[in-house]
Design a protein around this ligand. Structure first.
Ligand code: NAP
Length: 398
């Protein structure tokens, strides 16, 4: 019988054998990739005696056509009520009242972690020599930093007032023809993000968490993020984790928490990828880093993502690419990103067996060189198949 996922008193998710999970098909190529991903997810769940009671909810162009709204309240309520959901890519309406549907959902549900695992699938074309050394999980802060949307445009009366205030209060003389953005980084936002990353690292037996920041320059935002991160380690995880400075880099059987400056991190994830494991970072750094790392393993088209609030239990898993409108309805593009987001969702709700089976079957399919156009054009001897055929090939190998 279909039932809701609920949050138990101990803060863990209580997941029935047939959970109701809302999904947004997505715009553009959503019509191609979502049915393909769903077929694979259903087949893997069935193998483990489980079933998802999918509940379609609307957002984006489909919602606008049917209801006149880009993000109907009923969709937000469905995600709020059922805790866990998944979505395909959504068109960002240009010139509408809403900045981005993805950002809106994250803000409304306070999904403070953007979770982006990055790993290599054997056979995927990659621009680096040893992509298999990349196995990282990025925890990107999702609610503050320059992404908070606190910006004033150059030439407006509002920015003139702010510039005057900064001059009068602090003696800061910024150029009069400046646009100004504000970068808030809070104790609350930083600590809950680092706490989530450490909990994840401990639960998944990872060896380290690296706090990535630009604290050498931005001391009271990025530098403070680092300090507050180490406070979390010392105050809340003293038995299970240890800061680099407190152990000289030798954590014994505890989890090592270290830090690295953002620009150097971009070098070292290329030159020494095996030194990075779980990464906890601020919003803008995390945005750049997750896309750069996805490219490093050739996975731009197959990178999964999840937006999670570990306190309320809410999680929305999503394809990380856009709607690729030029391919919409052609049964052509790679369903890997939304499929692996579903895998991440299965892991998150404790369906590890089904998740592992999908990953193994996907690996086998790619190793057999059965791939969609995006990989086929970079691989020698590949057999190019349609979106739906790619899903069938994965299901055959489950
Ligand atoms: P995009 O849709 O991600 O497409 C850019 C290129 O990425 C495509 O032309 C294609 O490359 C490749 N690609 C995307 N999805 C793929 C897939 N499933 N399989 C294989 N290749 C894939 O980016 P965009 O054209 O800049 O954005 C289009 C719309 O999507 C915009 O409205 C944007 O706001 C929105 N968007 C939504 C999200 C989201 O919902 N999470 C994220 C980003 C953008 P080739 O041309 O090389 O084949």
């Amino acid at each position: 019988m279909p039932e809701k996922i609920t949050l138990a008193e101990d803060g863990a998710l209580r997941v029935p054998d047939e959970p109701i999970i809302p999904f947004i098909e997505g715009d553009g190529t959503g019509v191609d990739i979502w049915p393909a991903a769903k077929a694979v997810l259903d087949a893997a769940a069935a193998k483990h005696g489980k079933r998802v009671a999918w509940k379609e909810v609307l957002a984006g162009e489909k919602a606008f056509r049917e209801t006149g709204e880009w993000l109907p309240q009923s969709t937000v309520e469905a995600f709020r009520e059922h805790l866990i959901g998944i979505k395909g890519p959504l068109t960002t309406p240009v010139g509408g009242g809403i900045r981005s549907l993805n950002v809106a959902l994250r803000q409304i549900l306070d999904l403070y972690v953007c979770l982006r695992p990055v790993r290599y699938f054997s056979g995927v074309p990659s621009p680096v020599r040893q992509p298999e050394l990349v196995d990282m999980v990025i925890f990107r802060e999702n609610t503050e930093d320059v992404y908070a949307g606190l910006e004033l445009a150059e030439g407006t009366p509002e920015v003139a007032r702010l510039l005057a205030f900064l001059h009068d209060s602090f003696g800061w003389d910024l150029r009069a023809d400046s646009g100004v953005g504000i970068k808030p980084i809070s104790v609350t936002g930083s600590k809950r993000l680092v706490r989530a990353a450490i909990n994840y690292a401990l639960a998944h037996h990872r060896k380290s968490v690296t706090l990535v920041h630009k604290g050498n320059i931005q001391k009271f935002t990025e530098g403070a993020f680092r300090e507050w991160g180490y406070e979390v380690v010392r105050e809340e995880f003293a038995d299970a984790a240890v800061a680099w400075d407190d152990c000289g880099g030798d954590p014994g059987d505890r989890l090592l928490v270290k830090d690295a400056i953002a620009d150097i991190t971009f070098q070292q994830v290329l030159t020494r990828p095996s030194e990075f494991d779980v990464i906890a970072t601020t919003n803008l750094n995390g945005d750049y880093l997750s896309d750069a790392l996805a490219a490093q393993v050739g996975g731009i088209g197959i990178a999964p993502g999840g937006n999670i609030n570990y306190v309320t239990g809410h999680g929305v898993f999503e394809a990380t690419h856009g709607t690729a409108p030029k391919y919409a309805g052609q049964d052509k593009v790679n369903p890997g990103s939304v499929l692996l987001s579903g895998v991440l969702m299965f892991e998150h709700i404790g369906w590890q067996g089904a998740a592992d089976d999908i990953v193994a079957a996907l690996e086998e399919t790619i190793a057999a060189k059965i791939v969609t156009y995006d990989f086929a054009r970079l691989m020698e001897g590949a057999r190019e198949v349609r979106t739906s055929q790619f899903a069938d090939a994965i299901i055959e190998r489950l």
